[in-house]
Design a protein around this ligand. Structure first.
Ligand code: NAI
Ligand code: MG
Length: 352
């Protein structure tokens, strides 16, 4: 298979973890006989420094000409006092909106050799395998009108039928190829946008008879996600609820350094990035855990290219390295050996 991938390293540890993921992609190319053409471009602080623009036209053009995008992370103290249009995070919001990446997928699965890193009891965390599907381009974060005066502030939670239908369809289709369970999260006892959301999920049920559906209110799900996370398979929800619940769910398995994500639209194009940020505190020191970005590259192969076997091979290799008790500093137990970013990456490459 021949495919084009735009690589956006970004800031802080972004370039380090992306370099690891690129090596893994190259190992997959060799082993499975594919050709991935990689094209590098600027985003975030790196783009502000070079072009005075967090998302230059040239970056958009390169992404448009490719089949998928792999991103590291953006941001850092250097740009913290910039005006809002010159903030690195602006580049990230703009790229999601420009490409209409409405479906944010965040899988959270227990890794047996990492269970000690979870703040939850082993028996609560050990069978967790869930996928949060967060609506990413609508809802409260994008609603109009917005008003802010000294006396009055307004944000609007608005959804159209079309916006809800496409995210709900995405979630049903994912549930279907997983364990066939869908939990739709809303606040239908209070919000009209949630009533429409729930009504559409009910209408759609008939099209997916193989999927078991439950509705949950966001406040009670916030509790159950921690007390009984293994209950959940696919969880679908609006933008802000998904933002909060996915951060909550990310602690179940214990480390930010292992969590990947995908942001998709209706075709197979997608943007893949680790859940963590640019970690300026450890940048440039070979301390970053590249697992989240390597696993994001696996999601890229699976969701954008349909290369399921190749994606599974990356996941297997990452887990095998953990099983051997080989960890970067964020996961290593006190007194045990700490691998650098490139040492840990070499272990994964050796597995593949
Ligand atoms: P962060 O996720 O960058 O770091 C939080 C903590 O986790 C730090 O102690 C960091 O060292 C550690 N950490 C994160 N990723 C790690 C990895 N792969 N391996 C080992 N340790 C890791 O979040 P923080 O500190 O709140 O934000 C730092 C910068 O990143 C800010 O400028 C923020 O705006 C930006 N950010 C960017 C995101 C993105 O590009 N998608 C997402 C979140 C934050
Ligand atoms: Mg968030």
């Amino acid at each position: 298979m021949e495919k084009k991938i735009t690589i956006l390293p970004g800031d802080g540890i972004g370039p380090e973890v992306v370099a690891s993921a690129v090596e893994v992609l190259q190992a997959i190319e060799t082993r499975f006989g594919h050709k991935f053409e990689l094209d590098y471009a600027l985003i975030g602080g790196a783009a502000i420094d070079a072009e005075n623009n967090p998302l230059p036209e040239e970056t958009i053009a390169k992404c448009e000409a490719s089949d998928a995008v792999l991103l590291g992370a953006v941001g850092g103290p250097k740009w913290d006092n910039n005006p809002s249009h010159l903030r690195p995070e602006k580049g990230l919001l703009q790229i999601r909106k420009h490409f209409d990446l409405f479906a944010n997928l965040r899988p959270v699965a227990a890794i047996p050799s990492l269970l000690d890193a979870s703040p939850l009891k082993r028996e609560v965390a050990e069978n967790v395998d869930l996928l949060i599907v967060r609506e990413l381009t609508g809802g409260l974060y994008f609603g109009e009108p917005r008003v802010l005066t000294d006396e009055h502030a307004v944000d609007t939670l608005a959804y159209t039928r079309k916006e809800i239908e496409r995210i709900v369809d995405t979630a049903f289709n994912l549930a279907r190829v997983r364990r066939g369970k869908l939990c739709s999260v809303d606040k239908a006892n209070v919000l009209d946008s949630s009533k429409l959301w729930r009504q559409i999920v009910e209408e759609k049920k008939a099209q997916y008879p193989d999927v078991e559906v439950e509705h949950n209110l966001v406040d009670s799900v916030a509790m159950k996600l921690i007390t009984n996370p293994a209950h959940y398979d696919v969880v679908v929800t609006e933008n802000m609820f998904g933002d909060i619940l996915s951060d909550e769910a990310s602690v179940i398995t214990g480390s930010l350094g292992t969590l990947p994500s995908a942001s998709m639209r209706s075709d197979n194009f997608g943007l893949y990035e680790p859940v963590h940020g640019s970690a300026p505190d450890i940048a440039g020191q070979e301390k970053a855990n590249p697992a989240a970005t390597i696993l994001s590259a696996a999601m890229l192969l699976k969701y954008s290219f349909g290369l399921n076997e190749e994606a599974a091979e990356i996941e297997r290799a990452v887990n095998a390295v953990f099983e051997k008790g080989l960890f970067t500093g964020d996961l290593a137990k006190t007194g045990s050996r700490v691998l650098s970013t490139s040492e840990w990456t070499k272990e994964v490459l050796a597995e593949i």
